[in-house]
Write a protein that binds this ligand. Sequence first.
Ligand SMILES: Nc1ncnc2c1ncn2[C@@H]1O[C@H](COP(=O)(O)OP(=O)(O)O)[C@@H](O)[C@H]1O
Ligand SMILES: [Mg+2]
Length: 230
Amino acid sequence: MIELESVSKTYTVGKENVHVLNDVSLTISQGEFVAIMGPSGSGKSTLMNIVGCLDKPSAGSYFLGGENVSGYKDAELARVRNQSIGFVFQQFHLLPRLSALKNVELPMIYAGIKKEERMERARKALEKVALADRMDHLPNALSGGQKQRVAIARAIVNSPKLILADEPTGALDTKTSTSIMELFRELNEEGTTLIVVTHEPEVAEYAERTILVRDGVVLHGDARARREKL
Ligand SMILES: Nc1ncnc2c1ncn2[C@@H]1O[C@H](COP(=O)(O)OP(=O)(O)O)[C@@H](O)[C@H]1O
Ligand SMILES: [Mg+2]
C-alpha cells in the first residue's frame, strides 16, 4: 500500500541544506499496524508528513495504493489526503470554537458530502469512540483523552484506508493512552492500515512491527526484506 523508494528530504535554511531524510526505502502493506520509533529530531514527523501527503520528497518516489503521488500537485495531494488518509496528532488539532460534532463534520465538508449525511456519519463516528454523550461539547470542555477520541472520530469519518498518528498518546496519562491504543487496535482489526509514531515502548507493543528512524535513515524499512532475514 505504501512504497517509498530512495526518498530524501532536504530543507534549505539560509544558505545551508539540512538533510532530514536520507535515501529512505520503506514498504508497508495494507492492513499492517506499524510503529515508528527513534530519537527526537531523527525525522519521524518529516517521514509521516511525506507518507501523509502533507509534504513532498525532495528526491525519490512515493507510491500510495499504486499511485505515484510524488509528482502530484498540491490540490491533488489534498484530494488524496481527504479521501484516503486520517490524521491524529499529539496536540489533537481540534478547532476550539467548534463542538465535537462540528469538528468531526469538517473533513466531510471538504469532501462535498451533504449536510444530512454529514450529521449522521459524524454522530456514528462519535458513537464509535464512545462520545455519544459529548457531541455538543467544545474541545475546552473535554479531557485530553476525550479530545483525542474526537480527533480519532474526525480521522475515521471519511472511512480512510490509512490512519497516521504522530505521538497520539504523548499528551495523555498511561490509563488514557491504553484506551486510545485499544481503539486503534480495533480500527486495525477492522482493516485500517495504521502507522503510529511513539516514544513509548508500551505503545509500540500494539504494533506488529516497529520501524526505527535514526538521523534521517530508516532501519528495517522493508517488511519483505525483514521476513527473508528471519
Ligand atoms: N521545515 C523545516 N525546515 C528546516 N528544518 C526542519 C524543518 N522541519 C524539520 N526540520 C528538521 O528536521 C529534523 C527532523 O525533524 P522531525 O521530522 O520533526 O523529527 P522528529 O519528529 O523525529 O522529532 C530536525 O532536525 C528538524 O529541525
Ligand atoms: Mg516529531
